[in-house]
Write a protein that binds this ligand. Structure first.
Ligand SMILES: [Fe+2]
Ligand SMILES: [Fe+2]
Length: 171
């Protein structure tokens, strides 16, 4: 069924897009709290952000980018570099400001806002470039492989998830 109607491809991209929305909301929250001088609250959001990003980027790197490496190798390598740099930056930000002083807090909050801006640009490159490219080029085996990677990393199949939220798809 999936080979012909494309539901597997759509479910896979929907799952990644939904994760982007969660990432965006959590990152926005972290910025808002940091700018309001709630360092503990912002750090808690950054911990949540890391927990959202780690499986998401692993799914992209193991399941999606390799399928596009033939046509878009340098772009995929650039996105992987983004993942490494963002991970390092957010881990450093998670430790909080260099001191309890106001200047260090403002420097930290500004660095957080800039890191989130970089993250959002990365997400846009995926949603405007990588996801449409995947929808037009991946074959059913590659979508299967992506689903297997997701199941391995999260224990949840995106296809099963999509079907469980759509009663019509089960009939
Ligand atoms: Fe990514
Ligand atoms: Fe992503």
């Amino acid at each position: 069924m999936c080979e012909y109607c494309g539901c597997q491809a759509v479910a896979a991209i929907e799952a990644l897009t939904e994760e982007h929305e969660q990432v965006r909301a959590t990152a926005d929250d972290a910025c808002r709290l940091a700018e309001a001088a709630d360092v503990d609250g912002a750090r808690a959001r950054l911990t949540e952000l890391g927990a959202l990003l780690r499986p998401h980027t692993a799914i992209e790197e193991r399941g999606l980018f390799p399928a596009l490496a033939g046509d878009f190798g340098p772009a995929m390598e650039g996105l992987v570099d983004d993942h490494r740099q963002l991970d390092a930056t957010f881990q450093a930000l998670c430790r909080g400001p260099a001191s309890a002083g106001e200047v260090d807090r403002q420097v930290w909050a500004q660095a957080l806002v800039e890191a989130v801006r970089t993250l959002f640009e990365h997400i846009l490159r995926e949603q405007d470039g990588v996801f449409p490219a995947a929808l037009s080029t991946l074959n059913s085996k590659q979508w299967d492989d992506l689903d297997k990677v997701r199941t391995e990393l999260t224990g949840v199949s995106e296809v099963a998830g999509a079907l469980s939220t759509s009663g019509a798809a089960l009939s």
